[in-house]
Design a binder for this molecule. Sequence first.
Ligand code: ADP
Ligand code: ZN
Length: 424
Amino acid sequence: MKAEQIRQIQARKIKKIINYAYRNVPVIKRKFKDAGISPETIKTVDDVAKVPFTTKEDFARNYPFGLMAVKPEKVVRIHASSGTTGKPKVVYYTKKDIETWTRLMARLYDCAGVTNKDIVQNMYGYGLFTGGLGFHYGAERIGAMVVPAATGNTKRQIMLMKDFGTTVIACTPSYALYLCEAVKAEGLDPKKDLRLRIGLFGAEPWSEEARKKIQETFGLLAIDCYGMSELYGPGVACECPEQNGLHVWGDEFYIETINPETGEVLEEGKEGELVITMLNREAMPILRYRTRDLGRVIWEECECGRAHPRIMRIKGRSDDMLIIGGVNVFPSQIEHVLLQIPELAEFYQIVVTHDKLDRLNVQVELKPEVAQDKNYNLEKLKSNIESDLLSVLSIHANVELMQPGTLPRTEGKAKRVLDLRKKE
Ligand code: ADP
Ligand code: ZN
């Protein structure tokens, strides 16, 4: 599809879904009334800016089933978010929703270059979290051989990869980083003993350095996948092998960027909060969802030939951003620095405290060979890292070098920030 066609589909579908949501979800109808508008107000795509936002709070307020647009008997499945922020968000699907989502996931695999000849080991969590079943259904749909390994038991995961000749892994990037070391600890050569060629990584932000490390260790192509429970789950957007932005499926999602402070729609290509409308949802239509994720969207056709809009890499959530002594700090900036330092392992934690002033502490593990080297000048290493961090963050961070194996490990999303300041 050319960009023009995609925009036409959007214009047609968006009016339909706005009407549908207004008629079937009382909460949405009330929001329209409060804003003094009706579906008839929306004549062109530009009018979408008048539609009230849906927010994370709407999920909490209407927990668990208040956003349902169909009779409960039409719902065939529910999921709930992993709850990294606040209350879990419950989401519901009709048969048609599951079908649409499965098709989107099949597209994701195809876009990444996965085929029916691949053996896909799915190490996302199965259950209420959308990652497991989302990646599972999509892989079956393209006809790949699926190994529903789920999270946990790393030794067994590695054994399965080796014995089955797994060619594609799907998991969080933080777990993939962990696997880089774990495979070597099993006495295996990640390139020679395993046959991995593609990794599908998402559900949390990760840096280019993390990507480089995973790709170089396994000799695979690491593909960034973006999504969230509220919008089906994974499968909202993903990279192609060009690794140059994440294709958002424009016939299913209408994406805008807004100024998070004022809510005003930004020009195409400007960085802001991503706001997404689902164009096809049955059980739970979502209009103008404020994702809290920050990114930039462009509509240029990609080298791969796809004309769907692209998110040029998600910087992180606006609520992940730490304000330390008035300075904005994204955890991804810290990761970016740490992963470039050869003496450090990929396990770190950011701890923010307050005594008179805000203090930023970064705990990071040493590589085993560095930790064992009695003659290593750790003081110098510490001060070098501190000055690298200072040049990127513009504030001082106190670095604590930790012994290998002392920071918590994760099989799902990493919890890297501990904010111990008292909230007023
Ligand atoms: P929760 O909001 O409880 O974490 P989800 O599991 O639905 O629930 O998480 C979705 C969120 O995860 C997104 O809004 C985004 O912040 C983050 N996320 C998902 N995929 C990516 C990605 N590829 N890059 C950066 N962040 C991502
Ligand atoms: Zn592309």
